[in-house]
Structures are given as C-alpha cells and as structure tokens.
Design a protein around this ligand. Structure first.
Ligand code: DX5
Ligand code: ZN
Length: 215
C-alpha cells in the first residue's frame, strides 16, 4: 500500500517544514487538496502554494483538484510542479479534454468520483487515465468518517480494468486510519490518502508504517 499524506491537516503556517517532516516519516506521495469554495464549500490552496512547497521534497505531488472548470487550471498546476493531477468527473469541464491537457503537460492524469457518483461513470476513461480516485468522504473537509460502502465501487472499477487488461492504481481519500485501512486493502486499493490520520498522529512515521503494512 502506498501512503499519500494530505497537507490539508498540516500546520499551514509552516508548510515547507511539514512537507519535510512527512517525507522523513516515510510518505510515498504528497497529497495536495485544492478547493475553490464553489465545487466544494471550502477554500484551501492554489498553484502559488503548490509552487512554494515544491522545493522541500522530491516526492511526487499528487494534486487533487476539487474545483469547477479544472481544464482552465491545468497549466497553472503543471507550472507549479504537479506530478499527478486528479480532477472530479462532476466538475464543469470536458473530461476527455482535461485528461488530454494534463497528459500534454507530461503529467499523470486521474479522475475522481464523489460518494454519490456510480463506479460506471469512470469506465469510459479507464483506457486513458493513470489512476482513479474514489472518495470515501464527501469532499471538502478533513477529519470525516470513512464510508466503507464505497468499497464495492473500488472492486467494480478494478474488475472492469482487469477485463480490459489494464492495471490501474486505485486511490481512496477520506477517513483513512489504522482502523479503516484494512477494508480498503481488502477491496484492492493501491494508495491511501490520509490527512488527520498521519499529521495529527503522535508518531507520523508509525502511522504511515501501519498504513503501508495493510494489503
Ligand atoms: C477531503 C480531502 C482529503 C482530506 C482527507 O475533501 O480530499 O484529502 O484531506 O482528510 P482525512 O484523512 O482527515 O479524512
Ligand atoms: Zn484529497
């Protein structure tokens, strides 16, 4: 299992140091939550912040766009140093054009679905994406409870990909902890995002180790 700690739960007043801390603790990727106050009812960071923390680690930046019109912002996040960009299928941009644009910039593209969106919605994009992110909370805030009832969506997407001879990593985001990671692992999840579970832990290295050990 790969672990992508979400900076949403870090100390925003010293984000660079927080990135170093979580890199040293054994993170695989850094997950950056971008919210526009429109697609979700919260506002977080934009490209300037992504760019500002980029020099603090060599780990891949997994940028999760919770914004409307994601296509309009791909260049900005590419310039800021994103390695993976995921955007919501519920957002107001053409998904094919958005995937194309991300790939043109040499970045790995992923699609994300909210809890109410069925697994089948991602099927048309399986041949062109690097990854699929299945939300296990309603996007917008950290610290919510894991929705175990999303796991059948993970198995359905895995099965459809396998049917097409594809091996697409599945990421889940929201409510991941030592108590919930087993359910994700059992469903075949490859990457877990964890905000509070890692950043608010007494020992983030130990928290990451436990999550990594789940498979
Ligand atoms: C929620 C964000 C998540 C959030 C997860 O909209 O996409 O990445 O930071 O936080 P926890 O792990 O606390 O649920
Ligand atoms: Zn996220």
């Amino acid at each position: 299992m790969k672990v992508a700690p979400s900076l949403l739960s870090c100390d925003f007043s010293k984000m660079g140091e927080e990135v170093i801390r979580i890199d040293k603790a054994g993170a695989d990727w850094i997950h950056l939550d971008v919210m526009d106050g429109h697609f979700v009812p919260n506002i977080t960071i934009g490209p300037a912040t992504v760019k500002a923390v980029r020099p603090y680690t060599r780990l891949p930046f997994d940028v999760h766009l919770m914004i409307d019109y994601p296509l309009d912002y791909i260049d900005a996040f590419a310039d800021a140093g994103a390695d993976i960009i995921t955007f919501h299928l519920e957002a107001m941009s053409d998904p094919y054009m958005t995937i194309k644009k991300i790939k043109e910039r040499g970045i790995k593209a992923g699609v994300v679905i909210k809890p109410a969106t069925p697994a089948e919605e991602v099927f048309p994009f399986l041949d062109s994406v690097y990854m699929v992110l299945v939300m296990t909370v309603e996007p917008g805030f950290g610290g919510q409870s894991f929705m175990a009832d999303m796991m059948p969506k993970v198995t359905a997407i895995k099965a459809e990909a396998a049917k097409r001879g594809l091996d697409i990593p599945i990421e889940v985001d929201g409510g991941i902890s030592d108590k919930t990671v087993a359910a994700a692992a059992a469903a075949g999840v490859d990457i877990v995002v964890s905000g509070t579970g890692v950043f608010k832990a007494d020992d983030p290295a130990e928290a990451i180790k436990i999550l990594k050990g789940a498979y």
